[in-house]
Design a protein around this ligand. Structure first.
Ligand SMILES: C[S@@+](CC[C@H](N)C(=O)[O-])C[C@H]1O[C@@H](n2cnc3c(N)ncnc32)[C@H](O)[C@@H]1O
Length: 373
């Protein structure tokens, strides 16, 4: 028994509460992992089931926990006005999408690193994976395998929290888990709050999350200016948007490996939105290079070449002319497939909106082959 206890202690230290030393299952999935570990242990004997007693009708005295509007000093109108301002940022990342992307990077990049998930609830209200961030869940589950030093998750309680129940933060280390209880007054868990910025600047090594779509420009500015490593999900078309183009041009960000098309809404229904991973971590042997079709302009089929009203060449379907000296326009696909790593650069300063026969067609990215004289 002692050996099993020791093995459990060694394998789940980050789930232990620092004060009580009890193992604490933040999510049902972590408990399942714990049970599987015990069942797979060489000293495991057998599993027995205890039949629960017949259900008795119990009259429960439910403690009222949600304060009334009156107690909050709010009117119904205040609540409605707050609710109206809520932008729909509640697209939750699926566990499998995180697993798929992270599996592409070498394990060593996480070694002894502090990962900061700054838009993530590690411990949802129901304490199940249904309302906990899959980022938090992934890093807690893989804490030992990735050999992390620390995982810090902070959660925003701003717009969606009509009753302002308060921000949440958790710190996981090899010694155990600690809830951040001493939050400064007015801390909302916003990635721009002074405490979040202090964690970002002083503790974080790698930031990993799916930030709010409605705050993406501010989020990118904050993370990129911090100089920290990051792996985040954002809109599929960012590389043709002038707010983000300078980051691609300066080589401060590039596409991660995968696109992300499916998310969960607050009811945990699968919903569609076009996202992609972006990072400043090394992307090695990008599998999507093979999607780019490099050939001379002449070889590119006519139906994928056209000129806009300003006589700029537009090339579609992932074709890239290798002998064209002037800037030409492409969709976001070759950019996300890594064309900027193959000797091409983005040359536009602002959004490029082509017109053909006076009609606006969809925006593209103007690129040019480097070192063409
Ligand atoms: C796209 S969701 C993704 C949530 C989680 N990171 C995930 O991947 O499942 C973005 C989250 O950021 C939260 N959020 C909104 N504004 C925020 C802010 N200013 N700072 C931090 N988080 C914010 C939203 O409430 C929402 O839960």
């Amino acid at each position: 028994m002692r050996q099993i206890e020791n093995d459990i202690k060694n394998n789940f230290p980050h789930l232990r509460e620092q004060s009580s030393r009890e193992i604490y299952f933040y999510n049902a999935a972590l408990f399942d992992m714990y049970v599987s570990f015990i069942k797979a242990h060489p000293l495991f004997v057998c599993e027995t089931f205890i039949k629960p007693d017949e259900k008795k009708t119990v009259v429960k005295i439910v403690k009222k926990t949600t304060p009334s509007l009156q107690e909050r000093g709010m009117s119904k109108r205040d609540v409605m006005q707050r609710a109206k301002k809520v932008k729909n940022d509640e697209f939750y990342t699926r566990y499998e999408d995180i697993e798929k992307e992270i599996s592409m990077y070498p394990l060593e990049i996480w070694h002894d690193k502090c990962v900061f998930c700054n838009c993530d609830d590690a411990v949802g209200e129901t304490r199940t994976e249904k309302d906990s961030s899959a980022f938090a869940l992934y890093f807690i589950k893989n804490f030992i395998r990735l050999n992390l030093k620390k995982l810090i998750c902070t959660h925003y309680s701003g717009q969606m929290d009509l009753f302002q129940a308060g921000a949440k933060g958790y710190i996981f280390t090899k010694e155990g888990v600690k809830e951040m209880t001493k939050m400064p007054k007015g801390y909302t868990g916003c990635f721009e709050d002074p405490l979040s910025l202090k964690i970002l600047n002083e503790e974080a090594d790698i930031v990993c999350t799916n930030p709010p779509f409605s705050r993406a420009t501010d989020y990118w500015r904050t993370i990129i200016n911090s100089g920290k490593k990051f792996l985040i999900i954002s809109n599929f078309t960012n590389c043709k948007n002038d707010k983000y183009i300078p980051y691609f041009q300066k080589g401060q960000v590039w596409a991660g490996y995968n696109r992300v098309d499916w998310y969960l809404n607050p009811k945990r229904q699968v919903v569609n939105a076009s996202g992609h991973w972006y990072t400043n971590l090394p992307v090695i042997n990008r599998p999507k290079y093979k999607n780019i079709k490099f050939m001379t302009l002449k070889e590119i089929p006519e139906r994928f070449k056209k000129y806009d009203d300003a006589e700029t060449l537009i090339v579609d379907n992932n074709f890239i002319p290798t002998d064209y000296k002037k800037p030409f326009a492409v969709s976001v696909y070759p950019i996300l497939s890594g064309v900027l790593e193959k000797g091409y650069k983005i040359v536009q300063a602002k959004q490029y909106r082509p017109y053909i026969n006076g009609r606006e067609v969809f925006a593209r990215v103007l690129i040019q082959k480097e070192n063409m004289d």
